[in-house]
Structure formats: C-alpha cells, structure tokens
Design a binder for this molecule. Structure first.
Ligand SMILES: [Zn+2]
Length: 249
C-alpha cells in the first residue's frame, strides 16, 4: 500500500507554504496532518518517487512497473550515463507498446547548448550533411519553444553546476541574451519505429517538457534555429527573432 510519502509532493508543500505566508510556521507534523486530509479530498496529480507515473492524490495506490522506473531514472539522469547508453534495452518492447508515438507528435525538436565556440565548431563539423548521430537514447520535444530554452540556457543537470553559475553571472553582467556561446535547435520528422517512448502527455516524473525519447540511431535533421550570444542585449529575443545562420553549417 503506497502512501503520500512514496510520492514527490514538494510542489504541494511549496504551494501551501506560499499560501500560509513565510511568517507562518509549517512544521512537518502540520504538513503530515494536512496531507492526511489532502489524500482524501484532492485529486491533483503527483509523481511516484520510484516509477515517476503521476497519480491523483486521492488514488495513490499502484504497482510500479520496471519500464516506468527506467523512464523515471532516465529523466533524472545526466548525459552519457549508463541508463541512457544501454539501460533501456530490456524495456524497448514494453515502452514502445505502452507509450507509442502520437500521430500529432511526429515533428520533434532538440535544443543543444554550446558553452564555447570550439565545442560549437566541433558539433558543426560533425553534423555532416545534417546527419545527426546518437549513440545513446536522446530526448526531443514536441515544443519548439521548449527546445529553444534548452538551446539558450545551461539548464540544471545538463552541465556542471559551477560552470552553470559562472555562465549565469557572466550573462547578467554582460546583459547578454544567453549563457554559453551558441545554441542550436534541431528539427526532425520522426518515424514511429525510431521512438522508444512518447511521454509528452504522460509527464513521467512530473516534468512539463513534452518529451519524446528516441532510440540511438542516425537521424536526418534540419537546423530550426541557431542562437548566438549577443552581449549588451537587454531584451531577450524570442525564437522567431533568433539569428539564423543555416548557411554557415
Ligand atoms: Zn510507482
């Protein structure tokens, strides 16, 4: 029998704390009492800590399945980890059956962030004839704006924290429009057999990233956007204003 302690309820804790105000005491004991009521009365979805699947607060009991445990591990993992390289292999069939590509999700985007010119140039050289080689399972999104966010900013988890903090400080000091040196958004028209799982609507782990995870492979991509660091820019451009340098590649 699962209880709310098996779920990631930090978001609820934050909301309740904001509601109470910072000056009100919110002890663990009070939160426990609150949750005992909430699990009867509230139907808001919360993700299981083990499998990442979301369940309504008033209907938490469930069985965790290994394929979901893999996805939950994946969405919390770092690039190049074992879970992305080979960890999915024994779950491929289940994942493809359970989370097939939705027909409206065949157009996907992937935001890549480059901390330095050299790293960007190496990527541009490797992207021969717009063929993108993936040796691991990779995350794509159905949302081009979301991909642009990944392309423009060093997000938590993707880079070393110290480098990320240093870059954020530099971005603020220089009033630049992004961290790092370059960002690229790749676009891809995907076939269902290339997809490991489409969790755009399932939101495993509670992430609102409209995510589709692809199998390792060779993908023919288009360059959707290229972002170039612009120092002294106080107004941050949207995707449509981004500098397009498709010819450079
Ligand atoms: Zn679970």
């Amino acid at each position: 029998m699962k209880t709310w302690r098996d779920f990631d309820v930090r978001a609820i804790q934050r909301i309740v704390q904001e509601h109470l105000g910072a000056d009100r005491e919110w002890s663990d004991a009070r939160f426990t009492t609150f949750m005992e009521h909430a699990t009867h009365d509230l139907s808001i979805p919360v993700p299981c800590r083990i499998c990442g699947v979301q369940f309504p607060l008033n209907r938490l009991d469930h069985q965790c399945y290994p394929e979901d445990v893999w996805i939950n591990g994946y969405v919390h993992s770092t690039h190049g980890s074992e879970i992305r390289r080979t960890g999915f292999q024994s779950h491929i069939e289940r994942l493809q059956q359970k989370y097939p590509l939705a027909p409206q999700h065949h157009q996907l985007f992937r935001g890549l962030h480059f901390p330095t010119d050299a790293v960007f140039e190496a990527f541009a050289d490797a992207l021969d004839d717009n063929v993108y080689q993936c040796d691991t399972a990779t995350s794509w999104t159905t949302d081009a704006q979301r991909a642009a966010q990944f392309a423009r900013f060093m997000l938590k988890g993707g880079h070393e924290e110290a480098l990320r903090h240093q870059e954020i400080r530099r971005m603020i000091d220089e009033q630049a429009n992004m961290t790092g040196a370059f960002g690229v958004v790749l676009a891809l028209t995907v076939r269902p057999d290339q997809v490991l799982c489409d969790i755009a609507d399932a939101r495993i782990g509670g992430f609102p990233e409209s995510e589709v995870i692809l199998l390792p492979g060779t993908y023919h991509v288009a360059i959707h956007d290229i972002f170039v660091r612009q120092a002294g820019t106080t107004v941050w451009p949207g995707t449509t204003d981004a500098v397009r340098l498709v010819g450079v590649l």
